[in-house]
Design a protein around this ligand. Sequence first.
Ligand code: GLY
Length: 419
Amino acid sequence: MNMKKYGLMAFTCFFLFSCQPQDAKKNIVEHGFRIAEEQLSAQLKENPEPGKYPRTIKDGKLYTTRMNDWTEGFYPGCLWYLYEYTGEDLWKQAAIQWTETLEPLKKLTNHHDIGFLMYCSFGNAYRLTGNERYKDILIESARSLCTRFNEKTGCIESWNYRKAWNGKDEWFYPVIIDNMMNLELLYFATRMTGDTIYAHIANTHAMTTARNHFRQDYSSYHVVDYDEQTGQVLHQATCQGFSDNSTWARGQAWAIYGYTMAYRETRNPYYLQMACHTADFWLNHPNLPEDGVPYWDFNAGQDGYVPDWKYAPQRFPTIPRDASAAAIAASAFLELSDYVENGSKYWTAAEHILSSLTSSEYLAQPGTNCNFLLKHCVGSIPHGNEIDVPLVYADYYYLEALLRYRAKQESAHRQLASY
Ligand code: GLY
């Protein structure tokens, strides 16, 4: 056996035997999906008509949105992942129904979240069915997203004009770190059409974001506001994090995921460096809890971080965790582990997060949690919204991460068998 093959085999063995007992590893995926099947069957029964998209719990009840927010793509996405895992037609039919209802959103141009809305739904639909109609809907969605791009700023405008929490600062061209996630739709459109304009916009956005959204230590700002005429940065701030100079956990997770995905789509080594730096900031942070599930902000309540929204520390004797940020990061770490030589540290981190999320601390008992999967997520504390609740996007990235985890385990087993 030559050295390269020996090295590969050693790496494969590490994946298979290193971190958790074999049964525990297998159980993460099986157990997670067993709960998902039970919970989503019950949720579908309770809320059968496509149009009211599950998002969270409010006042103890299932809270849904009607194609007027940023989260409607995640529920059909969860149904597609259940179909992918089980192969059962029942899930496919439900996924088709809940996806196709979203078609009018292909024309959405009043905010940037069309990437989340359409790629998590129609993107998975196209990947799993090959239906050409879905491809056309995705391309039209990509065209809609491009209308928010401006060559002067070099990025896609996330939100329309609004004010900061202090009521004084005006944001004219606010771009949020989450926007990295919408680029996947653009790369897809270039791949499908051969028209490079979509990837050009995605790459310009990714490079501008790399310049303006990060501090020296690769922690991220949530919001960067630009002057549309000159392209100059006007503000580096937060809307959902603790303070302008803090690191909002989900924002950091979007950055890690976004640059890992951008590397997959382009093989630009600069994106890989960004993915690793932002991931390493997360993994090396002294305030990352032992179970790998972050506080909603890495700096919440710390000295030197002053919010400009009304923070009432007595309301939070313990700082809330955000399982949604953990699920997004786990999924990103699994993909990132494929792209770097020292990938085992990302694999280990993902496995650790997934075993925490699959424990009874975070994963709901069947029949509870309004039939969502994960507990202990945070939507936005500054908005006073969705604190310590389930969130549909946490479930989506959790299921995605479980599937990625399973795929990597299977490929490691296949490689081992071929030696
Ligand atoms: N994209 C909005 C959020 O992450 O809350």
